[in-house]
Design a protein around this ligand. Structure first.
Ligand code: UDP
Length: 338
């Protein structure tokens, strides 16, 4: 298929475009490089433009059969400080994209959603039928856009899948691409950088949660497993089976606590992780673990890579020449690189 990938120069997007190419699809990346990095999409056709640039967008959509939409803002904390940015980038721009896609005759849509749509669920593992009650603007914007796709797919000739990610982590085995956020807020890269002496001690956000060791539990999924699900979602849409709109959890079905992650980082890196216990981070639910049965059934997919493989690939990426060159360039000019 001819696929337009918005945000294809971002973390998950750059892994997904490789997976799509392996499955034989023809990919064009559409990215404004505000948080993405051009080198993450090296070798792919790319248009550098904003989603609210209507003429560019409609040019990009000519001949496209499927849109895969990753572009957006993804910091929970920032969404609380600046909800306007999140509703603009994630809802308004998403709606412009959905409308332009309909106008261009696109029939398939895959959306990068999040388990943040659930908020703080009463029961884990979480099934897709759980009531969605986001607890921050980021989750609200993801849910808004899912609802747009649901409504559009009921009325128009559009089939859509929303992929609700749990905790994406790790890096492509090649060491060529990986996670590169400015600022970095995620546990695994922060713990690895602390182990490598590249940043101050890790702050463990709370050890008094009602979990087996007092720290929060999350379902960490290898970004390569996540990427593969996108290629399978494209094929699922084309198969014309199931409902016009489908939401799917992408997780492993197993959880790890912050303490367990830190222990794995120490095992893989061979260094201790300097750390201190701090206050809970507002809005952090004690435990978020996917029930991925629906994705397993509909996509014939499962996340096979272990926490050890996740951490080992992220450790390799931390030391990759490519990452180090890009980070050094960023440090010398004091900003996030492209
Ligand atoms: N966490 C932590 N210290 C950090 C960053 C994260 O203790 O510096 C914890 C956080 O409270 C959560 C887990 O690690 O329980 C995963 O957080 P992350 O930000 O990686 O992903 P999220 O679950 O927020 O999407």
């Amino acid at each position: 298929m001819r696929i337009l990938v918005t945000g294809g120069a971002g973390y998950v997007g750059s892994h997904a475009i490789r997976s799509l190419a392996r499955h034989g699809h023809r990919v064009t990346v559409y990215d404004n490089l505000s948080t993405g990095h051009r080198f993450l999409a090296d070798g792919f056709e790319m248009m550098v433009a904003d989603l609210d640039d209507a003429p560019q967008l409609s040019r990009a959509l000519s001949d496209i059969e499927l849109v895969m939409h990753f572009a957006g803002s993804a910091y929970v904390g920032e969404s609380v400080q600046n909800p306007r940015k999140y509703f603009h980038n994630n809802v308004q721009n998403g709606l412009a994209l959905a409308n332009a896609a309909l106008d261009a005759g696109v029939r398939y849509f895959v959306f990068s959603s999040s388990c943040a749509v659930y908020g703080t669920p009463e029961k884990v593992p979480i099934i897709e039928g759980t009531r969605c009650q986001p607890v921050n603007p980021y989750g609200e914007t993801k849910l808004f856009f899912e609802r747009i796709l649901d409504a559009y797919s009921r009325t128009y000739d559009l089939r859509a899948v929303a992929l609700r990610y749990f905790n994406a982590a790790g890096a492509d085995e090649s060491g060529e691409i990986g996670e590169l956020h400015y600022p970095e807020t995620h546990l695994i890269p922060l713990a690895l950088e602390a182990a490598a002496g590249l940043r101050p001690p890790l702050e463990v956000f709370g050890n008094d949660y009602p979990t087996f060791d007092g720290t929060c539990i999350r379902d960490y999924i290898h970004v390569t497993d996540l990427a593969e699900a996108h290629a399978l979602a494209a094929e699922f849409l084309q198969s014309q089976t199931g409902d016009a709109f489908t939401a799917l959890n992408l997780g492993t079905g197993g959880g790890h606590s912050v303490r367990q992650v830190v222990a794995m980082v120490e095992k893989v890196s061979g260094h201790s992780v300097p750390r201190r216990i701090t206050e809970r981070r507002p809005g952090d639910p004690p435990s978020l673990v996917a029930d991925p049965a629906r994705a397993r059934q509909l996509l014939r997919w499962s996340a096979n890579r272990s926490l050890e493989e996740i951490v080992a690939s992220a450790w390799k990426w931390l030391h990759s020449g490519k990452r180090q060159r890009v980070s050094a360039g960023a440090a010398s000019v004091g900003e996030a690189p492209n």
